[in-house]
Design a protein around this ligand. Structure first.
Ligand SMILES: NC(=O)c1ccc[n+]([C@@H]2O[C@H](COP(=O)([O-])OP(=O)(O)OC[C@H]3O[C@@H](n4cnc5c(N)ncnc54)[C@H](OP(=O)(O)O)[C@@H]3O)[C@@H](O)[C@H]2O)c1
Length: 331
């Protein structure tokens, strides 16, 4: 038994949720093969939804959110996961209906676990977290669909967010030219430092357009926002190019017609980081620790502690966050 600290969200009155730092007992964690002492977690849009009581993410409260965790194995009943191993857990049910990385311990099934790539620290793995991992999945899908660097600009929407900012850094590292779309005009300089060559205002893409097609512009799109923005981006894809859709911060709707698909042969690629088979997760994490390793990850990181969560989580919901919040769970 160990007593540990965690950020726990409770329904304090009907549909009114609040979180605070509490002490919990590892004996009360759910059953699982592997007990991990969490060193770092990170904040994702889904954590903000869970912490605000979104029942599509978390059904039962009190609950410890945190869809990401990186730490050291303390107990294991699995032959594949040795005690002392440094591991990463992202997605599956972590932080949704299983107590997540906003606590100093998690207990999870062995088949949720990825061994940390050798050249990535636990801290760096959580600067990336689900957001960085998802950015890598988007880029990997676009490349798999034929994206190459001579084609021109790749559009990234929701550019200052976790997925967007890492997608820009990754595309830049891999030799692509990036246009960043953002609602934060003051972030232009920062987005250019990350590797964007152009920055455009969110409104340029978010207004509905009645035109069936728009001028061919993008060699590829990483879309974090959905809605009119995604359809306008699809209408502006070059012939045969692809958009990778991973997010919904503007809307879950896609107000679309089939015309760009049947007149320009463009592709819409779905990206899911949560239920992706473990072998694929391990492969993409290895990529992020080797040939796709980003230098200067700390440039996108904001370091926080458990006590900061009540302030930082609402910033994500309001679209005010920039880059990646990394939660340190050491004493
Ligand atoms: N498919 C998956 O497996 C997966 C994995 C991770 C995340 N996601 C989803 O991907 C999206 C981005 O995640 P994230 O971690 O990057 O979130 P985030 O850090 O909160 O960033 C989201 C960004 O979206 C933009 N935005 C916010 N409100 C908006 C609005 N009303 N209209 C248009 N843009 C808006 C903002 O960027 P600007 O101010 O720069 O425009 C904001 O920084 C979320 O919807 C998340 O749920 C999906």
């Amino acid at each position: 038994m160990s007593i540990y600290k965690a950020y726990q969200v409770e329904e304090i009155s009907e549909k009114n949720f609040a979180g605070k730092v509490v002490e919990l007992d590892t004996n009360d964690l759910p059953a699982g093969d592997v007990l991990v002492r969490v060193q770092y977690s990170s904040l994702n849009f889904k954590d903000a939804l869970s912490a605000s009581g979104n029942k599509g993410v978390t059904r039962n409260f009190p609950h410890t959110p945190g869809i990401d965790a990186a730490g050291i194995v303390i107990e294991s009943t699995s032959a594949d996961i040795e005690v002392g191993a440094e591991v990463i857990i992202t997605g599956y049910d972590l932080g949704m209906n299983t107590a997540g990385g906003f606590g100093q311990f998690v207990r999870v099934p062995a088949n949720w676990i990825v061994h940390k790539p050798t050249d990535l620290t636990l801290y760096e793995s959580m600067v990336l977290g689900t957001a960085g991992f998802t950015a890598a999945l988007c880029v990997d899908k676009l490349i798999g669909a034929g994206l190459h660097s001579e084609q021109g600009e790749v559009l990234v929407t929701g550019a200052t967010g976790g997925v967007g900012s890492i997608a820009i850094s990754l595309l830049h590292k891999l030799g692509y030219s990036v246009t960043a779309s953002t609602g934060k005009s003051e972030a232009e300089g920062w987005l250019k430092e990350l590797g964007a060559s152009n920055v455009i205002a969110r409104q340029e893409l978010s207004e509905p357009s009645t035109r069936p097609l728009l001028k061919e512009q993008w060699a590829g799109v990483v879309d974090c926002v959905g809605g009119h923005t995604l359809f306008n981006a699809i209408k502006s894809l070059q012939y045969g190019a692809s958009a990778a859709a991973c997010g919904l911060t503007e809307s879950t709707d896609l107000p679309a017609t089939v015309l760009p698909f049947i007149l320009r042969g463009v592709n819409l690629l779905g990206v899911d980081s949560v239920e992706l088979p473990l072998a694929r997760k391990r492969f993409v994490w290895e990529l992020l620790g080797t040939s796709w390793k980003l230098e200067g990850l700390s440039d996108v990181a904001v370091d926080i502690k458990l006590d900061d969560l009540s302030r930082c989580l609402p910033e994500l919901l309001q679209g005010k966050a920039r880059g990646r919040y990394v939660l340190s769970l050491g004493d």
